[in-house]
Design a protein around this ligand. Structure first.
Ligand code: GRF
Length: 189
């Protein structure tokens, strides 16, 4: 199963996926290319693994330009902290083939502006007792596509944004590989 990974930030989920492919935990999956919409650590991680890595300018033609360099035979586009909003045309073209990871229990705390610390701050403000992360299919409606895997954890009293970030990252490192395996198994059937 060939995937393209899109990044904008630190790329820790990308690193986790690359490590698991390297140690054969994610056998049968390869990263064909990495797309970044800005210079970021995620991009550097791709280059370290000698994976074709493309930096595409964040302008109105971003999705058209991404489509130019994407191998049409890839199986999935894996968004791993990609901050640009994909156009409706792009989402329609790749329908059922784009997945994303989100740092909350969707449908809660999703939508425009809900990323990173904004999500965790809202979770704390609302005195939630659980949080978690979600892997879902991407549609043109932000964070609303079908859920593939979701996992929660309990929020203990005194938790800060940093605590939530650490807990969510741990969950993300579990569920993104799980979601990829689910898609791989589905493909084999
Ligand atoms: C993750 O928390 C993910 O849920 C969100 O962006 C963050 C990416 O982190 N979509 P990293 O770039 O993989 O470190």
């Amino acid at each position: 199963m060939k995937i393209a990974v899109f990044v904008s930030g630190s790329g820790t989920n990308l690193q986790n996926i690359l490590d698991l492919i390297q140690n054969k935990t994610l056998d049968g999956i390869s990263v064909s290319c990495i797309v970044a919409d800005r210079v970021c650590l995620g991009m550097e991680r791709g280059l370290e693994f000698d994976i074709p890595t493309f930096l595409i300018e964040r302008d109105k033609d971003l999705c058209l330009n991404i489509d130019q360099i994407l191998d049409p035979n890839i199986d999935y586009i894996v968004l791993a902290g990609f901050l640009s909003i994909l156009t409706e045309d792009f989402c329609r073209k790749w329908e059922g083939k784009i997945i994303n990871i989100h740092p909350s229990l969707l449908p809660k705390y999703g939508g425009k502006g809900m990323w990173g610390h904004h999500v965790h701050q809202a979770v704390l403000d609302n005195q939630e007792t659980i949080s978690g992360a979600t892997v879902h299919f991407v549609t043109s409606q932000i964070d609303q596509g079908e859920v593939i895997v979701q996992k929660s954890f309990a929020i203990e009293s005194g938790y800060t944004i940093k605590d939530l970030q650490a807990k969510v990252q741990k969950v993300e490192f579990e569920i993104y590989p799980q979601a990829l395996k689910i898609l791989l198994d589905k493909r084999a059937k």
